[in-house]
Design a protein around this ligand. Sequence first.
Ligand code: PMP
Length: 375
Amino acid sequence: MATVAAEKATPTDRIFNFGPGPAVLPEPVLEEAQRDLMSLPGVGMSVLEISHRSKTFEEILDGAIADIRRLASVPPNYHILFLGGGASLQFSMVPMNLLDPDRSADYVVTGSWSKKAVKEAQKVGTVSIAATTEDENFTSIPEQSELRLDPEASYVHITTNNTIYGTEWHREPNVGMVPLVADASSDVFSRPVDVSKYGLLYAGAQKNLGPAGVTLVILREDLLARRPLPPKGLPTMLDYNTHAQNKSLYNTPPVFAVYILRLVVKWMLEEGGLEAIGRRNAEKAEILYDALESSGGFYRPHARPDSRSNMNVTFRLPSEDLVKQFVAEAGKHGLSGLKGHRSVGGIRASIYNAFPKKGVEALVSFMEEFAKKNG
Ligand code: PMP
């Protein structure tokens, strides 16, 4: 790892961080946060020290909501909420709020996070597995024809990008009139999204949106109206109505995380919005997948071509010993965070929105050298 000067880190001290999350943030965001940390312009205090009920924070929150609405063309009948508890709390909140006791919910299982979502939903009500790709070690996303969907289900839950396995839905499944609920933690706002296709979309911030500590929830209003009374015993803090009615200010929200998220969203707009970001992400991923394909079998991609993720590129080497060597040598070249998840092995290169193309190019050069020496 590069040594960071004692006084002040500069962009040149930074390595290429391929970590799956918390992940790389845009440098202009870090610079603005660093500059304003002692005192927000005209405020005389840092964002860490101000009341969440102050005008300053209200402007940050309103700005974040307005910019997300603009960035993703979120229709007016959707709430935009900032909640605590990580994406993992949504595994519980979704069924607690939306799973009708007289119906079941359909879950499409495409990886470890989907399985965790299922486990929590089963504690709340009846879950039906609409499809699973576990028997092929989650190398793909199911086809529409493979989904066993119940037209009476309370909702259909999918994980839009499988961070661990490196697979991604390339289009939403057709779920008819049933609300589609998505865990979009690892590919949110990585490309254009038609929010109107979703009943609820949630994402932990720490990959594409900002630091850990805040979860974005985009929720269609009528899902709350469907059920005027909260289910008996639903804790106030776990009720979407609480947060929707109080604009995420029922209790103290994670102010610093929301502040950084707001800067990241502003950066995404300045970068040209989701079309431009999506194009860039596709280009970065293509460079890496091409390198895998042209390695003569030295690097073997985990995901099937039709299901590959533009966010997490996963692949194996001829042996796990070579994987260890690869990770160690890559580290010495300033390429960090490449070790695959323990359940898959191999390498995982996470290349979220803020990850620069030149980092992908540096990895590809390193891979070519490594394969030449060890192939
Ligand atoms: N879903 C997905 C797809 C994830 O990648 C992760 C975290 N890596 C989670 C859920 C869990 O998120 P959190 O740690 O915010 O609870």
